[in-house]
Design a protein. Structure first.
Ligand code: APR
Length: 228
């Protein structure tokens, strides 16, 4: 079976990483527009780098949980072709054993040069005066897709959705497009669609099935049904 899985912040919540849309509307005490837009970075690159330096430090201390590990188990099952797309910028899927993870919103573990496009392994602390290891310009930025920027790997994701027999969204609030629209693309391709989330998301009504609960419980259960 061709399976496409979209994950969001909820899958890493039980690893201790904060989700974005907490009840106070703040992300680790910041408004999203102050830390996650190109405008914010132009206005205050020190603050934005500092914010992602903190996210990187927390992610490095976090451990993958049973949900990450279950999806790795599914990905290793030779009877299925699994495309794992994540909106998360942590690397807990990889550390949980998944390979070929598509990071549509970028990642904390690489730096990006806004001048030449070069990527490199991110140091613990990045700052606005760092030089790009390739072109030496002071144009380094977190390799994160901010609001208003185009997500990565969209063609590859669209191709996988067109082939999907089963689509699952795990731990995502369904507020951010284009990811929130993947369920319709998969359904249009004939896929069965299932949402695995703690609460109802903004898109719950579109799915064929919704399973409620913490990711560490509902995801391993769901994977057991598919892997046997
Ligand atoms: N298990 C399962 N789901 C959970 C858990 C849990 N333990 N804890 C929280 N959730 C659910 C919440 O109910 C919510 O629906 O995870 C979802 C997290 O939603 P968001 O915080 O909005 O995260 P996400 O959907 O990944 O955000 C999308 O927005 O800020 C941008 O670019 C950023 O990639 C991010 C995008």
């Amino acid at each position: 079976m061709n399976i496409v899985i979209l994950t969001g912040a909820g899958i890493s919540a039980e690893s201790g990483l904060a989700t974005f849309r907490a009840s106070d509307g703040l992300w680790e005490e910041h408004r999203i527009e102050d830390v996650a837009t190109p405008q914010a970075f132009r206005r205050n690159p020190v603050l934005v780098h500092e914010f992602y330096n903190q996210r990187r430090a927390k992610a490095r201390l976090a451990r993958p949980n049973a949900a990450h590990q279950a999806l790795a188990r599914l990905g290793a099952d030779p009877r299925h072709r699994v495309t794992l797309v994540t909106q998360n910028v942590d690397d807990l899927h990889e550390r949980g054993g998944s390979t070929g993870v598509i990071h549509m919103h970028g990642g904390l573990e690489t730096g990006l040069c806004a001048a030449c496009g070069h990527r490199w392994e991110a140091p613990a602390i990045m700052g606005p005066y760092d030089r790009c290891p390739a072109c030496a310009r002071q144009a380094t930025r977190p390799d994160i897709v901010w609001f208003g920027e185009i997500p990565y790997h969209m063609e590859e994701i669209a191709a996988a959705l067109e082939q999907a027999d089963l689509f699952a969204a795990v731990g995502t609030s369904g507020n951010v497009y284009p990811a929130a629209g993947f369920v319709e693309l998969a359904a249009a391709a004939g896929a069965r669609t299932v949402e695995l989330n703690l609460d109802a998301s903004a898109r719950t009504s579109v799915f064929d099935e919704a399973r409620r609960g913490p990711a560490t419980q509902v995801v391993p259960q769901w994977v057991d049904e598919l892997v046997g």
